[in-house]
Design a protein around this ligand. Structure first.
Ligand SMILES: [Zn+2]
Ligand SMILES: [Zn+2]
Length: 250
């Protein structure tokens, strides 16, 4: 019994089996489907990823051209109209390469990509993860969940919470209306489109707590901001936002 346990549970044996498996079925890059590397992505696709890095707005995470390391840098838009969330961060700029990973994750049942995204988040955004106690995904409306079968933000939030020993609270936020696709809306229209769409169902889970909200892509921040507004109103101490990618207008 003990030997069986050793064979299947020991790290050495797992690594041994992984080496054999990688030899028999070489891992393929999830972006271009050519042969991948240890990180999963092939070197060409990996170099196509654009990390946001540290030179960004301390509130909304927008990359900044002018950046002074010794002060808190806040972009003009956040100075003019501060968001409800305290801080939003993303691992990558939204570009063609990351889009080719996010779309199959979101719409193509490629839920195995969860682990890869969470690893990137953990490596690049550790501070924001460590600060928060409760992790909440941006919810889908039930009708969309039925169509898509899963909520990609919930997969990320659950895995991240497990990995970093945080409370995963998927039922705190509820989307009460199915909103039209935000794809072609202006920032103003997006804000209007999500206004009043979210309600807090379990306020006791967030009262006095630092909350981390998880989504796949941060576009204008309208959705994250609306979620943060209702979470704060229901007693959350602070709300931060973490996404895989962020749209950056040139
Ligand atoms: Zn590739
Ligand atoms: Zn900003």
């Amino acid at each position: 019994m003990n030997i069986v346990y050793f064979v299947f549970e020991s790290k050495e044996m797992k690594n041994f089996f992984k080496v054999i498996l990688d030899f028999l079925i070489p891992p393929t890059c999830p972006v271009c489907h050519k042969r991948g590397s240890n990180e999963g992505l092939c070197p060409e696709c990996f170099s196509g990823l654009e990390f946001i890095g540290k030179q960004k707005c301390a509130r909304c995470g927008r990359p900044l051209d002018v950046f002074l390391p010794e002060i808190e840098n806040i972009c003009g838009q956040c100075l003019k109209k501060p968001p409800h969330f305290h801080r939003a961060e993303a691992v990558f700029k939204y570009n063609d390469t990351i889009k080719r990973l996010i779309l199959p994750f979101k719409h193509g049942d490629h839920i195995e990509l969860t682990e890869l995204f969470v690893r990137f988040m953990a490596a690049n955004n550790r501070e924001i993860i460590d600060k928060n106690q409760v992790i909440i995904p941006v919810p889908l409306h039930w009708s969309r969940l039925l169509k898509r079968k899963y909520n990609q933000a919930a997969l990320l939030a659950k895995r991240l919470a497990k990995r970093h020993h945080k409370i995963y609270a998927p039922l705190v936020l509820k989307r009460t209306k199915s909103t039209k696709s935000q794809g072609h809306l202006s920032p103003k229209e997006r804000s209007k489109n999500v206004r009043g769409v979210f309600v807090v169902k379990q306020p006791e889970q967030i009262q006095g707590k630092n909350v981390l909200l998880i989504d796949d892509v941060f576009t204008t921040g309208a959705t994250a901001n609306e979620c943060a507004k209702v979470l704060l109103k229901s007693g959350a101490k602070s709300v931060d936002v973490l996404t895989i990618a962020r749209v950056v207008k040139n």
